[in-house]
Ligand binder design. Sequence first.
Ligand code: FE2
Length: 253
Amino acid sequence: MNCERSGRNEFDDHQKLVKKIVHLTDCLNTSNIKAAMSILDQLIPICMELDFNRLRLPEIKLTDRKLYRELKHAKRVSIHARELAKSLACTQEAIKDIEIGGFVHDVGKLIIDELVLYKKDRLSPQEWKTIQGHALSGGKLLSFSKQFARFIPIAEQHHERWDGSGYPKGIKGSKIHYSARLISIVDAFDAMTCNRSYHKCIPPLLAIEEIARCSATQFDPYMAEVFISQISTHQSYNEAFLEKPRIYKQSDG
Ligand SMILES: [Fe+2]
């Protein structure tokens, strides 16, 4: 990632950032994918560097609700992915790449209509197909980028499963890209521990149990084991990115 080239100062003015987001939204709404990726090329490094606690997120929320939600998810996944990569003793270079990969893994969701993406009710088979399409469309989006094209396997394979029952291609075991296997674990953890339109979050402990239950079926068993031992002892970064309110009540069912 070349943060210097993209010019962090250029984005110091929050209004400029919001303007870029408006432009991105326009490109996505008009299916101008190539132009959208060229804006993302500038936005992704900036957003990765942002301290989300200082960013005026409500303004972005008003500008583009979908982007706001996806940015938060991307940021959390990239941090969890970085920590897991460290625990797996990856090289510094690989850790940085996995962190960026975690940030862009779901980029394909930006071209899905939010009425489908955040639908509360049961999805129709066609809508489910559209959601699943984010893996390949994310790869396509990234193919327009020089600096992010290397993350195509992560976008395309992060929903593959260890036993071959995933999508879009049903790739199995270690044939699934290493970073995609890693991100699938932290992505699932984040999905379970944060509120979504279609489900309430569950406590981290239950999410960890679920990761353990799906080890060797959905997840790479070694990575799952390392994640479980790491997340159980590293609450600091975990708690920092959990959505509020985080308290799970018995009455929530
Ligand atoms: Fe995804």
